[in-house]
Design a protein around this ligand. Structure first.
Ligand code: MOS
Length: 743
């Protein structure tokens, strides 16, 4: 089904199941510990061997030799895989550095060997006996030092690295009120609960991997490519995922090494990346240095806005897209954005929840607070005054557009933009009027109290997504798609979609996800999963409805589906009666046409935070948080709320504690476990409130929904930084805001 005209009234609009706060249909499996995760697939393979990964002890250089003699003789050892004995490996398109090093080493803890043994303990013990002789060379590990050598990347998310509209420098120079500030954000780790893990088994030349991966089709393709075998020889299964946050978008070393280990040992092998290996072996959100310049007239209207961002990555890697939201959030005639990418020999930088916008808001939304302070205008009011209903900067290269004979900046409208409503609703519900604009004025005992806020923006991309639905004679409906559930609630909203479309209770729908044997879905990434995958299920259900009606001799155009029955032309039949001995099956994909090119589809929000800062120790406590979101139809307010409070929690981490500490001499992340890499715990998180505006966006998808999982983190950290400033009068521009920076 092609989606290229705005959605009209459809069965989803009945909202009998969709839009209801249904419990997760997989909730019981999860809370009872019976959901099958990759490392625990005792149901499919009973006696696997265990793989233990040896990570490189240097950040850059080459391996002179690897001595395996001692390790091979260790008790229980079945095989040891290295680049020397693994055979020729291909290089996937999506990971920058090879997943198995040798002879060259590209980064610290890059895998250099996998030891396979009868037990985990034997594999771990033997791994200590692998002797690697390295020849290290000097590398670049310090973004601040590499900054001046940074160059424009090819693109950021397909858009131009640099944009320029009007005369930014001139307008900024002559402005009445201006802010020119530089902010830094550190490297961050996804730190998901479930480590990257894979169980691999070969049957002849057919490989099955039970793994933990957000994008099934990508993973299947990349694994086949790296192993040099046809794609149809690889089956990838990932029905449950214990968190991903972008760290499991791509094939990682666990899957490749498990496959190689199983081949070498001649039996199934499972590998979980050891927690202390994850931060350096896999990807991370790169550190940024960001300069934001904003100028305004005394009336608070922005005349010039500029955002420059620097980040680093491995050779051939990509840049953080921190400037992205600055092209689209606020009005202003004269504007510029610029992105620079430095080559660093740190581990591979890549996507982490709201890549680009998450870091970008941490700078832009503090700069807006600084501007508000200089202007003497309330920060909420300043944002309202600079609202725009058309995109100020399309992000396209001016030259590229000129060549095609179209205007450089087309100023396309937003399909829906309820940013101002988010700001007003949040201000009212949070009691924003009680904020004293003068910082450091409110003290309760030893605590300095402050309020802060920030705007939130995140694009709402859509992706082609397919599904298969099957009706059986008992009236059970089974949905199959390779969509994943990374803890987001995909199972539930997909079941709700199918139930709504066929007029069935939720209990009559069974959902099977995360298997490369199923139709290819959008997968879980870029907050496109919910809207895209349910739209694919919608498309398959439209086909099934037609098949059911035809089978029952009814007019598909007028057939109504409800309460397990189908009704048309005075006839009423049980839905199940359409399925005979053979089940009735339909399959289709949603394909998104031109709508998202004609109009900018985005989600908006506003975050409000109250903090208390200890006047003596500078300890920061977050007291209250409120998020207001406008993100199209909310398919399930309960799972959507969980997404947003999870994202807000991650924003607290980014504001106050999360930081991979770089050893700039040896080139690695020092605090590479959950003892040293701090993330918020329950005690750090107060009561969180989430309000969804009642928004429906027929331009976005037949579901009229968008994503919300990444919007939720955008702006949170800035709101906290702004609240800390309001509490203390101290403006910290280098994250995380640890107490040493406040004293
Ligand atoms: Mo997301 S960072 O695309 O999982």
């Amino acid at each position: 089904m092609k989606f290229d005209t705005p959605a009209t009234l459809n069965p989803i609009d009945q909202l009998k199941t969709i839009g209801q706060p249904m419990n997760r249909i997989d909730g019981l499996l999860k809370t009872t510990g019976t959901a099958p995760y990759a490392y625990e697939r005792h149901d499919v393979v009973q006696h696997p061997a265990y793989g233990y990964v040896v990570g490189s002890a240097i950040a850059k250089g080459r391996i002179r030799s690897i001595g395996l003699a001692q390790a091979s003789r260790a008790p229980g050892v079945l095989a040891i895989v290295t680049a020397q004995n693994a055979g020729k490996l291909g290089q996937g398109k999506m990971n920058t550095a090879p997943l198995l090093a040798g002879p060259q080493v590209a980064h610290y803890h890059q895998a250099v060997a996998l030891v396979v043994a009868e037990t985990f303990e034997q594999a771990r013990a033997a791994a200590q006996l692998v002797r690697v002789d390295y020849e290290p060379v000097a590398g670049a590990y310090d973004l601040a030092k590499a900054k001046d050598s940074a160059v424009p990347p090819d693109s950021i998310n397909g858009d131009a690295p640099d944009t320029a509209i009007g005369d930014f420098e001139g307008a900024f120079a002559s402005a009445a009120v201006k802010v020119d500030a530089t902010y830094t954000t550190p490297d961050q780790s996804h730190a998901m609960m479930e480590p990257h893990a894979t169980l691999a088994a070969w049957k002849g030349d057919q490989l099955t991997v039970w793994t933990s991966n957000q994008m099934i089709a990508w993973g299947q393709g990349e694994l086949a490519k790296t192993l040099g075998i046809p794609k149809d020889k690889v089956r990838l299964v990932s029905p449950f995922i214990g968190g991903g946050f972008g760290g499991k978008l791509f094939l990682r070393a666990d899957a490749l090494l498990a496959a190689l280990g199983a081949r070498a040992a001649g039996r199934p092998v499972k590998v979980a990346l050891q927690r202390p290996l994850m931060a350096n072996n896999t990807t991370h959100r790169p550190a940024t240095i960001q300069r934001v310049r904003i100028a305004a007239g005394q009336d608070g209207r922005i005349t010039a806005i500029g955002h420059e961002s620097w980040s680093g990555d491995q050779p051939g890697g990509s840049a953080d897209g921190a400037v992205d939201q600055t092209r689209r959030m606020y009005a202003g005639t004269h504007r510029m954005t610029a992105t620079r990418l430095a080559v660093l020999d740190l581990p591979e930088a890549n996507a982490m929840r709201a890549p680009g916008e998450a870091t970008g808001h941490m700078a832009l939304e503090v700069a807006m607070d600084e501007l508000a302070e200089k202007l003497g205008i309330d920060p909420v009011e300043l944002r309202i005054r600079n609202d725009t209903q058309v995109v100020p900067d399309s992000g396209k290269k001016p030259q590229a557009k000129a060549k095609e004979g179209t205007p450089a900046q087309e100023h396309k409208p937003f399909s829906r933009r309820e940013f101002v409503q988010c700001l007003r609703t949040g201000a009212e519900r949070f009691g924003w009027s009680q904020r004293n604009p003068q910082p450091a004025q409110r003290r309760e005992g030893r605590w300095l109290i402050g309020l802060g806020m920030a705007g939130a923006y995140r694009g709402a991309p859509v992706m082609k997504s397919a599904a298969r639905v099957r009706l059986d004679r008992r009236g059970m409906l089974t949905v199959e798609t390779d969509m994943t559930d990374i803890g987001t609630g995909s199972y539930t909203i997909i079941a709700q979609t199918a139930a709504e479309m066929l007029g069935l209770p939720l209990q009559q729908v069974r959902v099977r996800l995360g298997d490369s044997g199923f139709p290819v879905s959008a997968g879980s990434g870029g907050q496109w999963g919910a809207a895209s995958a349910t739209s694919g299920v919608y498309a398959a259900c439209v086909k099934l409805r037609e098949a059911v009606a035809r089978k029952l001799g009814m007019d598909p155009a007028t057939a109504e589906f409800s309460d397990g029955h189908v009704q048309a032309g005075g006839k009423r039949r049980a839905l199940a009666s359409a399925a005979g001995d053979a089940d009735l099956t339909a399959e289709d994909a949603i394909e998104f046409g031109v709508l998202d090119k004609k109009m900018q589809q985005s989600t908006f929000g506003a975050h409000f935070v109250e903090v208390a800062v200890d006047a003596f120790t500078a300890e920061v406590r977050v007291c209250r948080m409120l998020a207001v979101c406008a993100a199209g139809r909310i398919l399930n307010p309960k799972t959507a709320r969980s997404q947003v409070i999870g994202a807000m929690t991650m924003g607290v981490g980014a504001a106050l504690m999360e930081e991979l500490a770089v050893d700039t001499r040896l080139g690695y992340f020092v605090n590479h476990d959950l003892a040293g890499y701090e993330v918020p715990v329950h005690a750090d998180i107060p009561h969180q409130e989430v309000i969804f505006l009642d928004e429906v966006d027929p331009m976005a998808s037949p579901m009229k929904a968008k994503g919300v999982g990444e919007l939720g983190i955008c702006g949170v950290s800035a709101a906290i930084a702004n609240a800390i400033h309001n509490a203390t009068g101290v403006r910290v521009r280098d994250y995380p805001i640890t107490l040493d920076k406040l004293l």
